[in-house]
Design a protein around this ligand. Structure first.
Ligand SMILES: Cc1cc2nc3c(=O)[nH]c(=O)nc-3n(C[C@H](O)[C@H](O)[C@H](O)COP(=O)(O)O)c2cc1C
Length: 176
């Protein structure tokens, strides 16, 4: 599957079956995630791969929007010790988001269903995940990713909307 096909086929899936993900697939997902671009190539991310069922049960309850029965949860977190100096430190969210999207596209290409659940900047949800996993204070959980196989199939689609495209200086004139 090429990247464009994966982009259109990637949809948030919120119901999973019990089939576990093979370790080779999990490694491929993480390799894809870590291939992402990052500001100054800081790679300020950490990935917590949670296979343990009781921990998954606790994690999925950190917010009412994250309660899904996936077979695997990966927490993507920013590592403050790898951030750039302020104000460029804020780039970490973009860096980690690029990694998340890479991971999701890779999952789609492997026939793995996924759902990105946001944690940061909700300090409640992010803090609960830190507590459940026993993470140190410089680790900021930013996304909870549900992964697994699903019997559901969502229609591929683009959300292209021409009204959101703004052509600047098409006539050769400098915009005011
Ligand atoms: C930053 C972010 C946070 C999200 N948080 C949640 C969430 O907590 N629960 C959920 O079910 N979906 C969550 N989503 C998924 C969106 O609801 C979904 O991407 C959107 O509705 C578009 O649907 P699609 O993913 O099928 O294209 C999140 C997506 C992003 C990018």
């Amino acid at each position: 599957m090429d990247v464009r096909e994966a982009m259109l086929k990637r949809r948030s899936i919120r119901e999973f079956n019990d089939k576990p993900l093979p370790d080779e697939s999990i490694r491929e997902l993480l390799q894809s995630a870590m291939a992402a671009p990052s500001a100054h190539n800081r790679q300020p991310w950490e990935f917590y791969v949670v296979k343990n069922r009781p921990l998954q049960e606790r994690l999925r309850r950190v917010s009412r929007y994250s309660n899904m029965n996936s077979s695997l949860i990966i927490i993507v977190a920013g590592n403050q010790q790898r951030f750039m100096a302020p104000p460029a430190s804020d780039f970490w969210v973009q860096d980690c988001s690029a990694a998340v999207e890479n991971l999701l596209l890779s999952a789609t290409s492997l026939g793995i269903a996924s759902c990105w659940c946001g944690l940061f900047p909700s300090s409640g949800a992010s803090g609960k995940v830190r507590e459940i996993l026993g993470l140190e204070g410089h680790i900021i959980p930013m996304a909870l990713i549900h992964l697994g196989y699903s019997d559901l199939v969502a229609a591929p689609r683009t959300q292209y909307d021409e009204a959101r495209v703004h052509l600047i200086g098409e006539t050769g004139q400098t915009p005011e």
